[in-house]
Design a protein around this ligand. Structure first.
Ligand SMILES: Cc1cc2nc3c(=O)[nH]c(=O)nc-3n(C[C@H](O)[C@H](O)[C@H](O)COP(=O)(O)O)c2cc1C
Length: 105
């Protein structure tokens, strides 16, 4: 993580919050990364059956503490499954890669 130029966070929304896996990632990395990754560009996508706001709030409060920088609004793939969620996530990845390539982040 300390060597990363940017990070894309992805999670489902479960019980109004991020997945246990993403929370575990933050639990293990928060203090080792604090004050060492300030300004790190990040993007977030959330797969939510019907909401996504609790997860967004939870992630944003943690990354605010880390002082990471959002490269765009979170992508929330909400509702019944649609194949174009995959395209939207792919575009998000391309946006981050292209931004890094172009040196805009
Ligand atoms: C235990 C459990 C809790 C869930 N809680 C929420 C929730 O609080 N808000 C929400 O929008 N979706 C919730 N969901 C729906 C999941 O976000 C959704 O099932 C997951 O993103 C995978 O969806 P898919 O398999 O249709 O892609 C929950 C699902 C499970 C299994």
């Amino acid at each position: 993580m300390r060597a990363a130029q940017a990070v894309i966070l992805g999670t489902t929304e479960n019980l109004g919050y991020m997945s246990g896996a993403l929370k575990d990632f933050f639990d293990r990395c928060y203090y080792p990364l604090l004050d060492r990754t300030e300004g790190l560009p990040y993007a977030l996508y959330i797969r939510a059956g019907h909401d996504g706001t609790g997860t967004r709030r939870g992630v944003e409060s943690i990354v605010t503490g880390l002082r990471w920088r959002a490269v765009r609004e979170p992508l929330i793939c909400r509702g019944d499954w649609r194949e174009d969620f995959v395209d939207e996530c792919r575009e998000l990845g391309m946006l981050v890669a292209a931004g890094l390539d172009a040196g805009v982040f």
